[in-house]
Ligand binder design. Structure first.
Ligand SMILES: Cc1cc2nc3c(=O)[nH]c(=O)nc-3n(C[C@H](O)[C@H](O)[C@H](O)COP(=O)(O)OP(=O)(O)OC[C@H]3O[C@@H](n4cnc5c(N)ncnc54)[C@H](O)[C@@H]3O)c2cc1C
Length: 313
């Protein structure tokens, strides 16, 4: 099984010409790009992965697939691709959500087009009892992405959204989404943001993540129907969150951990062994190498943990 970095792309902050600039770093098992056999591949690998990790008994039947994007004018094609993925997920009987970037569906091109594309996906997901997650891209997309989410959520509950703990605004966004009984994936944030919009210090991001996660998990949020995806590989943070969860009697139905395929496998293993649900995000796509090299160059801190994960496999 090859272990390589895979592009998980979105439109770039500088527009269509630099679409691959605003994407997150991921080190994942290669899943070949954009075809309708993807789900079968995800499923095969999930099974092998489970076996490797001795997850066979307790690992919930969850895989979350993320499709790397192409050009902005291919938003319609990407939408069709996802529609196929949803069909294949259903036919395969796999519990696999899809995770999309709004710019893939045409957010930069035309907001209404993007909304219509997202509707089609969410409607198809609802038909199959499935779920669509919206990734959060760089800060300039936060307002249009929240608007997209609110409009879609008003019609369907089969949609969730990522929020980034590194942004100062996120506690406000959390409070505004809670009354919707929203499904929220909490991440630290993967884009290079200026200090006037995001905490520059990692320790502050970590602390804000903990605070936001506790808010999303508290009784009041649960009563409003909030579902939380704790998308982090941070061992220390996970230990603190587990203590909060256990101390406050948060039921397993209120949250899931979400991690990248192959990253922090011992942590995934421990969480599952302790009865917690873990969802794995599998990225796949084309052009990952050029993108990956640029990400490493931009955030040298990434090199360390990428190498560490590669050698510890
Ligand atoms: C399921 C999922 C969905 C995501 N969706 C979004 C999104 O919509 N928008 C967004 O901005 N960001 C997203 N991210 C990325 C996220 O914002 C972080 O950049 C990333 O998860 C690293 O933060 P961390 O919480 O794992 O903690 P960190 O403190 O950054 O990392 C903790 C440890 O995890 C390991 N690790 C973390 N990431 C990697 C990696 N890529 N490769 C190798 N090792 C790694 C390292 O061992 C590191 O020491 C997502 C992440 C996940 C898991």
């Amino acid at each position: 099984m090859a272990v390589v970095p895979v592009k998980a792309a979105s439109a770039g902050a500088r527009g269509p010409a630099s679409r691959d600039e605003d994407v997150k770093v991921a080190v994942l098992i290669v899943i070949h790009p954009g075809d309708v056999r993807t789900i079968a591949r995800c499923d095969d690998r999930r099974v092998r992965y489970r076996h490797q990790m001795a997850f066979a008994v307790v690992m919930p039947e969850n895989v979350l697939c993320e499709v790397a994007n192409k050009q902005i004018d291919e938003a319609g094609q990407d939408t069709h691709h996802y529609l196929d993925v949803l069909e294949n997920v259903s036919a395969a009987g796999v519990d696999a959500h899809i995770s999309i970037k709004p710019t893939q569906l045409g957010l930069d091109l035309d907001k209404e087009l993007c909304f219509r594309n997202l509707q089609r996906l969410v409607d198809r997901a609802a038909e199959h009892g499935n779920f669509v997650w919206i990734d959060m891209e760089s800060s300039r997309y936060v307002d249009p992405t929240l608007e997209l989410f609110r409009r879609t959520r008003a019609r369907s509950s089969h949609i969730g959204i990522a929020l980034q703990a590194y942004l100062y605004r996120t506690s406000h966004d959390v409070e505004s989404l809670l009354p919707l009984g929203a499904a929220i994936r909490l991440v630290k944030g993967a884009y290079l943001e200026p200090p006037d919009v995001a905490y520059p210090k990692k320790s502050d991001v970590d602390e804000n993540y903990y605070k936001l996660a506790c808010r999303l998990l508290d009784e009041n949020a649960r009563q409003m129907g909030t579902l939380v995806h704790l998308a982090t590989h941070d061992v220390r943070l996970a230990a603190r969150l587990n203590a909060f969860i256990d101390d406050h009697g948060v039921p397993n139905t209120a949250y899931e951990y979400a991690m990248l395929y192959g990253i922090q496998r011992p942590l995934q293993q421990r969480l599952v062994a302790s009865g917690r649900r873990v969802r794995v995000l599998i990225s796949y796509g084309e052009d990952w190498f050029a993108w990956y090299m640029r990400r490493l160059a931009e955030r040298p801190a990434n090199v360390g943990f990428v190498l560490k994960n590669l050698v510890s496999r």
